[in-house]
Write a protein that binds this ligand. Structure first.
Ligand code: MG
Length: 392
């Protein structure tokens, strides 16, 4: 049986890894809809190569360019929110939800409501509206498969074991480019330095989040929702080689871990396989003897305050993670364009969490509420950013 796979975020890094795998297994998969952001030429090229059944861009103004780039291909296409939702509504066995940022919430949730099997790579769905997403996944009988390497490793290490037998789960962090830097040196770091990720190749936003360890904080929040574990039973450990991705500590002292080379195709293949194992051409097998030693160290919340802030938001619950995520997106964008310094990211996020703490004690009931909070916090954070620069 051939499975139809739709990809939201097809031209990004996860989307590319997914199409690479699909192209390797043409007897097993066919491509349903491909959804991109605004790059008409890249999406059209991919849609032609993959024989997509539909192509859509989120940016409505890119519609004419997409239609032009796909002319003669016979591939129906569109642009804007309705076209994205049409792409989601098309028949698919698996939807890979890899749009980055808050823009991924609506299409991902639409796939859940259709009861699809969703390979989830969009972090914000669970960070901003985790309660609503998990509730609706159960309500609409949708299956959520974690694509992120850490959660995928946890899912594999957990197997069929009950979460009630788990003492704790730990996700690993590479430590990012600043792992060995002093606080003073980190304080003066440029966006280029922060974006130089040692083990994974990813987009700019997630690279900065990896340098600040905010990415690990977001992943703790995701793990809390995915595995229904309380914050106290979730942990981070720094592991520079990025070979062990997640560890499950059982009540009896046994530990099972998920290991793999740092290659996103491994967790994606696990999701696409739906219980079967897919071979990966041109994948490098894990060679532990060549790796030599695997090292571990505690995460330093003094040099990486974003991890402390994220843990606090997770513990606070309610909409704290929604607020934190929105402020972080604005702060990271400001850092990338050179408007603020590295530790200003944590300062802005912490101030936003304090500012909105009293207003948002309850978790967003649905995606619309999460997006409304997101928009309000973004507006506040944009206002706060230049003041911070002047003060600093
Ligand atoms: Mg990750």
């Amino acid at each position: 049986m051939t499975l139809t796979v739709t990809i939201l975020g097809a031209t990004g890094s996860i989307g590319r890894s997914t199409t690479d795998l699909l192209a390797q297994h043409p007897d097993r998969f066919r491509v349903g809809a491909l959804v991109g952001g605004r790059d008409a030429v890249a999406l059209a090229k991919l849609a032609r190569e993959m024989g997509a059944q539909f192509a859509a861009l989120a940016d409505a103004s890119a519609g004419p360019a997409l239609a032009e780039a796909l002319s003669g291909s016979g591939i129906p296409n569109g642009a804007g929110e309705s076209a994205v939702l049409e792409a989601v509504a098309r028949d698919a066995d698996i939807v890979v939800a890899a749009v980055s940022g808050a823009a991924g919430l609506k299409p991902t949730h639409a796939a859940l409501r259709l009861g699809r099997t969703v390979a989830l790579a969009n972090k914000e769905s669970l960070v901003c509206a985790g309660d609503a997403f998990m509730r609706d996944a159960a309500r609409y009988n949708a299956k959520l498969l974690p694509v992120d390497s850490e959660h995928n490793a946890l899912a594999q290490a957990l197997g069929n074991g009950p979460v009630s037998d788990v003492a704790k789960m730990t996700i690993t962090a590479s430590g990012g480019p600043f792992r060995t830097w002093t606080r003073e040196r980190i304080a003066a770091a440029s966006a280029t330095e922060a974006a130089a990720h040692p083990t994974w190749s990813m987009g700019m936003k997630i690279n900065i989040d990896s340098a600040s360890l905010m990415n690990k904080g977001l992943e703790l929040i995701e793990a809390h929702h995915l595995f229904a574990l309380e914050p106290e039973r979730l942990d981070v450990i720094v592991h520079p080689q990025s070979i062990v991705h997640g560890l499950v500590y059982w009540l009896d002292g046994a530990v099972t871990a998920g290991l793999a080379m740092p290659d996103m195709r491994v967790p994606i293949a696990h999701c696409l396989g739906l219980g079967d194992r897919l071979t990966i051409a041109r994948g490098r097998p894990l060679d532990l003897a060549a790796a030599g030693s695997l090292t571990f160290e505690p995460a330093d919340e003094a040099r990486f305050p974003c991890l402390r802030i994220a843990r606090a938001a997770l513990a606070d619950g309610g909409a704290a993670p929604t607020v934190m995520n929105a402020a972080n997106e604005i702060a990271v964008a400001a850092f990338i364009r050179g408007a603020i310094r590295f530790y200003d990211i944590a300062d802005l996020v912490e101030r936003a969490c304090e500012h909105f703490a009293a207003r948002y004690r309850t978790a967003p009931a649905d995606v619309d509420e999460a997006l409304a909070i997101d928009a309000e916090v973004r507006a506040w954070s944009l206002e706060a950013t230049p003041r911070m620069r002047a003060a600093g």
